[in-house]
Each structure stands twice: as structure tokens, then as C-alpha cells.
Design a binder for this molecule. Structure first.
Ligand SMILES: [Fe+2]
Ligand SMILES: [Fe+2]
Length: 200
């Protein structure tokens, strides 16, 4: 069942209390860009709004605590996620969305789980939240190459936008001393192949 107006407003109120102001603004940007992309690509904009609102619900919690909780509860984490504290909020956020915010729809929980790294064979909702997290209005051009072009492509072709965003992520990580998560390479290869097949 789709979320009611009251539920969406109550989520916004709760999140405004638990997130830092800048994170809350980012959250609203992701939520409403997700809803717009959902309308454009033919899925429920209310589901996209809820997934976008909750995607970073765990972002401002202490990372060590989240890691410990994930390990205690046996929530699935890759070796890379265990080593990079800032990635933990995605898996823990999905858990919180279920337990604290009472979300029962598995596709919304998966969209929260996979919003940072993505995965091959994402649903449209997962792709939309993954892309909206990268392309929301508060993201600035100097830090993301071709931002305007990517925003436009996201409304035309989710697979192509996913391929280009994962390519940007790889370029960014390779330009720093940070490791690129193996999942980012898998996402890049998977969506690059899809886009190639679409062209042929
Ligand atoms: Fe996030
Ligand atoms: Fe985010």
C-alpha cells in the first residue's frame, strides 16, 4: 500500500529532528528528485518519496555503534563495507527503516540498502534512489563532472545514467588514495554492457 500524506509528513518531521540541517536538505533533495524520476519512469512516486526520505536515516548516528550492531545482528556487510565506516549507514539505515519507521515494502528497504554503491540488476526504484543521491539539487558542479548532463540523462535512460555515475565514482576514487569498492566496478561493468546492447 502506498504511503499516506500523513505518513510522509510524519517522516519529514522525524527526520528533521534526527538529521543535521545540511543532511536534511540533502534528504529532501533526494526524496523529491526520486519522486520526479519515478513519475517519469512509471513507478510509484510515493514509494520513491519514502525511500528517498529514509535513504540516509542512519547517516548521523555513530559509525562504530552501527558497525557493532550490524555485526551483532548478522546484517550482511561486505569486507569493504566493514573497513569503510561511512558505508555502514546504508545497511543500518535499511534495518532502521524496517524496525523504527515501520517500512514493510522490501523494494523500499532494498533501495535504502543499495543507495551508496548500487548493485547489478537493480530495480527501477533502487536505480532511482542511487541516482538521486548523486544528482540531487544541492550537489555542486565543481565536484561532479557533467552534472547537468547526467541529470538530463537520468530522466531519459536509467541504465545509461547508472553506468555514467558508476564511471564517475570510479574516476573519483582512482584520483584519490581511497580504494574503490569492488561493487562499484561490478555496477559499472553490468550497466555498461546493458547500454552497449541497447545501442546495437
Ligand atoms: Fe547515504
Ligand atoms: Fe545521501
Amino acid at each position: 500500500m502506498e504511503a499516506s500524506n500523513e505518513f510522509i509528513l510524519s517522516l519529514e518531521q522525524k527526520l528533521q529532528k534526527v538529521l543535521m540541517p545540511k543532511r536534511y536538505l540533502h534528504t529532501l533533495g533526494v526524496a523529491y528528485l526520486s519522486a520526479s524520476l519515478a513519475m517519469c519512469h512509471g513507478i510509484s512516486h510515493r514509494d520513491a518519496l519514502v525511500a528517498g526520505l529514509l535513504h540516509d536515516c542512519a547517516k548521523n548516528l555513530p559509525e562504530d555503534d552501527m558497525l557493532q550492531q550490524c555485526l551483532t545482528m548478522n546484517l550482511p556487510l561486505s569486507e569493504h563495507e566493514k573497513r569503510i565506516p561511512e558505508l555502514i549507514h546504508a545497511v543500518y539505515g535499511s534495518y532502521l527503516a524496517k524496525e523504527e519507521y515501520k517500512i514493510v515494502q522490501e523494494d523500499i528497504l532494498l533501495a535504502i540498502r543499495n543507495h551508496t554503491l548500487g548493485r547489478p540488476q537493480m530495480s527501477k526504484l533502487e536505480q532511482i534512489v542511487y541516482l538521486a543521491d548523486y544528482l540531487e539539487p544541492e550537489r555542486m558542479q565543481p565536484t561532479i563532472p557533467s552534472l547537468d548532463e547526467l541529470r538530463s540523462i537520468a530522466f531519459q535512460n536509467l541504465d545509461k545514467a547508472t553506468y555514467l555515475v558508476s564511471e564517475n565514482s570510479i574516476r573519483y576514487f582512482e584520483s584519490t588514495d581511497k580504494d574503490t569498492d569492488p561493487m562499484t566496478y561490478r555496477v559499472y561493468e553490468y550497466y555498461k554492457n546493458i547500454v552497449r546492447k541497447e545501442i546495437q
